[in-house]
Design a protein around this ligand. Structure first.
Ligand code: CMC
Length: 436
């Protein structure tokens, strides 16, 4: 803690003055509890619905400066990592704190690769889903189901057991995702190919037909790697917070990851990339963009893929994704939705409403357009987000378990309901209770 970093707070009810330490720009909410009006007073709490201004942990994983559009993993700018690293290299960095040496990298890739297989019973489990089941629902359920295959995973305080589950989750996530995809198309599942890279193998499990060996397009495999790097972690977002919160009860990492993935699936979080494509479909053509933006400004819905709780400047990931899109389109042909998206961005960025509210394109604005050009249907987009974010969730989970200050997450509330009431037996009740 820096010297003389304190706040002095006067309690106007008692006229008592308190000096509380500031650390990393934060006071401890527990320091407020000494501020009491008498011995029976519980003490002051802080009220912060949706955690707008509450740090729930200390973390050394990801740094974001939302006003300046900066994102760094373990100190390295995401732009540099996206240009120079593979996804698994970045995964190693996020999980273990340092970039791997060549031999550490070889071992890491080998370990992850040898955990890509899933138990045959998982395939049977997947067969039970309806043909039009949403792939995200299938992914969430099957990740949770892995918990029933690895009962030792419950020993979350054992670092070796933890490491094994981390390898399993990172290895198996693309396999489950690809199986969910092929299930929705009625295609037979494809087994992992250990000779391929992480993203090439994923493409193999998605798109292999009858050829004996799948050969991935290197530009598309690299674009997937870049997209995976950009999605790998984003500090205390909704799903990371769920991962930490559920994990704080020492639930096993499979059910905990399923809970985080469930949080990701919502349209205000990872589900936004799917919604962006639906929005672009609804807009239909460049000419309709001004009318659509007007509708949004009149309060009819939100411009999906725009705005962010933390970034009040351009999301740095969106800038890299826009560049990756051009490279992908050279292989796949240009997605016609891009022109509508560019027009939405052009008009929104010069519009007073969006300027005033500091709304810029976020990571989800362009990612769906790339995924669609590669051949994915919109319902797969959030699954594509969940695969790399698993690394971030696990890094956050591991850090939380190793942090001596963390305990089971259990917020307080400001109770607004009735005081103690007298019970009235059923037959004597004349007025109807208020609906909840
Ligand atoms: N379109 C139109 N208005 C918006 C938008 C938008 N996309 N986002 C925020 N606003 C307005 C909102 O109506 C409010 O206006 P006012 O103050 O006049 O009532 C103001 O901006 C602040 O909004 P907020 O909901 O308090 O902001 P938040 O920080 O709670 O929400 C957000 C952040 C990402 C949920 C929100 O911007 C949003 O709903 N965006 C669209 C969904 C989206 O693209 N989500 C992906 C986020 S990035 C990836 C991820 O997290 O997975």
């Amino acid at each position: 803690m820096e010297k003389d970093q304190t706040l002095t707070i006067q309690d106007n009810r008692t006229k008592v003055t308190y000096t509380v330490p500031l650390d990393h720009g934060a006071i401890r909410a527990m320091d407020l509890r000494q501020m009491k009006t008498g011995p029976d007073d519980f003490g002051v709490m802080s009220y912060d619905p949706a955690f707008l201004n509450t740090a729930s942990c200390r973390s050394a994983i990801t740094f974001i400066d939302g006003d300046r559009g900066i994102l760094r993993y373990r100190g390295y700018p995401v732009e540099v990592l996206a240009e120079k690293c593979s996804f698994l290299e970045v995964g190693y960095l996020l999980l273990w704190g340092e970039l791997p040496t060549p031999s550490q990298m070889r071992e890491w890739v080998d370990l992850v690769t040898h955990h890509t297989m899933i138990h045959e019973n998982i395939k049977k489990f997947m067969d039970g889903f309806h043909h039009d089941a949403h792939p995200m629902g299938m992914l969430i359920s099957t990740v949770a189901a892995l918990s029933t295959f690895y009962s030792e995973a419950r020993s979350v305080l054992d670092p070796e057991v933890r490491k094994l589950q981390i390898l399993r989750l990172i290895g198996k996530m693309p396999t489950l995702a690809a199986h969910a995809y092929r299930h929705s198309l009625g295609l037979p599942y494809v087994y992992p190919d250990n000779e391929l890279s992480y993203t090439e193998n994923f493409m193999n499990m998605l798109w292999k037909k009858t050829e004996p060996k799948y050969v991935a397009n290197t530009t598309l495999a690299r674009a997937l790697d870049v997209l995976f790097i950009l999605h790998a972690d984003h500090e205390q977002n909704c799903s990371a917070n769920v991962m930490r919160s559920v994990g704080s009860s020492q639930a096993d990492p499979f059910v905990t990851t399923a809970a985080a993935a469930a949080a990701l699936s919502g349209p205000l979080h990872g589900g936004a990339n799917e919604e962006v494509l639906r929005m672009l479909d609804e807009i239909g053509s460049k000419d309709n963009v001004p009318a659509y933006i007007k509708k949004i400004k009149e309060g009819h819905g939100r411009l999906m893929g725009f705005g962010h709780r933390v970034y009040k400047n351009y999301d740095p990931r969106a800038r890299i994704i826009k560049k990756a899109a051009e490279e992908v389109f050279e292989v796949t042909g240009r997605n016609p939705k891009l022109d509508i998206a560019l027009e939405v961005e052009r008009i929104a960025l010069s519009d007073d409403y969006f300027i005033k509210h500091k709304l810029y394109p976020n990571v989800d604005f362009y990612s769906g357009i790339i995924y669609q050009a590669m051949g994915f249907t919109p319902d797969m987009f959030t699954v594509m987000f969940a695969i790399p974010r698993t690394v971030g969730w696990l890094a956050q989970w591991q850090e939380m378990l190793q942090d001596p200050e963390q305990k089971i997450a259990r917020p307080r509330q400001c109770y607004t309901g009735y005081g103690a009431r007298e019970f009235v037996p059923l037959e004597q009740r004349v007025t109807q209770a208020k609906a909840a």
